[in-house]
Design a binder for this molecule. Structure first.
Ligand code: BGC
Length: 502
């Protein structure tokens, strides 16, 4: 280990408060993910905005797999992600130019406006515009929060701290599921409460964004060295922060020579990080996780549960999701990233195949599953969610936030966020139609992707645990047996080694 790993640091209360407040961006994101599935399963909501879907639901005898297949209904869920795709690129600029803190402030303002508009919606366009505003919030929040967390965390705990974001995503999903379960009993406006309560995490984030500190990296990057050092001392709780300060300064001097980070990102030497960041998002979404997170109440109704039993099952999967994310926090900096990802592939593959097999053999177009089979489906959904939650869920955000050098960090991460949003959008938009056409086959489709991503992780993903964020190039990319071939232009006028400092 070099001196870089031994920077002085204590975990200060101040930092803990910053982490918690910033991570409530995850709470907001999770709440948005979790809330729409339950709302779209509520009769009052359907009667008001989607009467045709409601009609079809009442006469569901016609086809189990297709009762919710409606492009507009899916657009309600997915418009958020569409907006977030664009927002994350704008957010990347704001993040570099003005810092992480103001970006989080903008995010929370969008969230507040979006929650208010969707809760008060009278017309379908108000609902959709509300979702778009929330999407802008997600784009800004998901760009700035994970970066913020990674940049103020001491190296040793970077993985665990970053996963705080994902932990709060899962808590947000769980809260949304519980809220939906309760509001589904409030007629006829329970869904308004569900959508409006998104204002609560938005407020926490808003207040948080005023209280938290800017990251030293962002200050130094913008030439505010004195303030950067002061904050560094404050968050590390020690006076001697020279070594760490020098390393950030070194990385940011290089970054400042790069005038066009997006152009820089297109260089051969940025490809490994870019490919990995984008593929992690494709894979994360093609595990099928959001088919479950968005539509589990609908899915559980499809296999024959009644309305509240299916909302309750969604609560159960939500709890499993939160608890398993805790496992990841404990293991990520010990076992490392790769082991978690690979183990989870095996577990997720088996679960998707079993769910597919049960539905294939037992769920006909009409009628419902027997009780035992329906319960087995819920159990394997939980086994699946468990594996996702300690691996591809959190690591899909952690890895892209730590593998780019400073000069391309926000731009590279913006690609990760927007590709995540794009593939989330895709799943949200087409899952119900795919379920209608492919029926149980959709679970085998996801299983095939899981197999593929396992091989990708095995051969192409380097381990990044315990590597300081600003020396990844030397320690990881230039050492990897495949990716080092891409590093030929890494030194041209852009010597981001950090090894000199190490
Ligand atoms: C993913 C979301 C998913 C959530 C589930 C996140 O990492 O990005 O799409 O819904 O995990 O917990």
């Amino acid at each position: 280990m070099s001196a870089t790993e031994n920077f002085n640091s204590k975990i200060t209360i101040y930092v803990i408060v910053c982490w918690i407040l910033a991570a409530s961006g995850g709470l907001m994101f999770g709440y948005d993910i979790g809330i729409s599935g339950g709302v779209t399963a509520m009769d009052d909501f359907l009667i008001e905005f989607f009467p045709k879907v409601h009609e079809r639901k009442l006469h569901a005898k016609e086809n189990n797999y297709c009762k919710y297949d409606n492009q507009y209904l899916q657009l309600f869920t997915s418009s958020l992600y569409l907006a977030a795709i664009f927002a994350s690129f704008v957010a990347s600029k704001v993040c570099t130019k003005f810092g992480r803190k103001p970006t989080i402030l903008v995010a929370s303002s969008f969230f507040l406006a979006g929650a208010a508009l969707s809760a008060g919606a009278k017309k379908i366009w108000m609902l959709i515009v509300g979702r778009i505003l929330l999407g802008m919030g997600v784009g800004f929040g998901n760009e700035a929060v994970p970066l913020f967390l990674s940049e103020i965390a001491p190296v040793k705990y970077r993985g665990a701290v970053n996963i705080l974001f994902q932990l709060l995503v899962t808590v947000g999903i769980l809260i949304a599921n519980i809220v939906n379960y309760l509001t589904s009993m409030v007629h006829p406006y329970g869904w308004r409460i569900s959508l409006g309560l998104a204002g609560v995490p938005a407020c926490i984030l808003f207040i948080g964004s005023i209280v938290i500190t800017e990251t030293p990296t962002s200050l130094i990057e913008r030439g505010k060295d004195v303030a950067g050092k002061k904050i560094l001392k404050q968050i590390r709780g020690v006076e001697d922060v020279d070594a760490e300060f020098e390393q950030i300064k070194f990385a940011s001097d290089i970054a400042s020579q790069v005038k066009h980070p997006f152009k820089e990102l297109m260089k051969l030497s940025s490809m490994p990080q870019l490919i990995i960041s984008v593929m992690l998002q494709v894979f994360q979404q093609f595990t099928g996780i959001n088919a479950i997170m968005f539509y589990s109440p609908v899915l559980f109704q499809t296999v024959g549960f009644k309305n509240d039993a299916s909302l309750l099952s969604a609560v159960i999967t939500g709890i499993v999701n939160v608890l398993s994310t805790l496992v990841s926090i404990v293991l990520v900096d010990k076992a490392g990233r790769r082991k978690l990802l690979l183990q989870a592939c095996v577990q997720m593959f088996i679960s998707q195949v079993i769910i597919g097999a049960i539905l294939q053999s037992q769920l006909q177009t009409t009628g419902s599953l027997g009780k035992t089979s329906a319960i087995l489906v819920v159990v394997f959904v939980c086994v699946f969610v468990m594996a996702f939650a300690w691996s591809w869920g959190p690591l899909g955000w952690l890895i892209p936030s730590e593998i780019f050098p400073l000069e391309t960090r926000t731009a590279g991460f913006a690609f990760a966020v927007s590709s995540n949003m794009f593939f989330t959008f895709l799943i949200a938009q087409v899952f119900l139609s795919m379920l209608c056409h492919m029926r149980a086959g959709i679970f085998f489709f996801f299983a095939a992707w899981i197999l593929f991503m396992g091989f990708f992780a095995l051969f192409l993903l380097p381990e990044t645990k315990n590597v300081p964020i600003d020396v990844m190039l030397e320690r990881v990319w230039k050492q990897h047996r495949i990716w080092r071939r891409f590093m030929v232009d890494a030194d041209e006028g852009n010597k981001n080694s950090g090894a000199n400092v190490a």
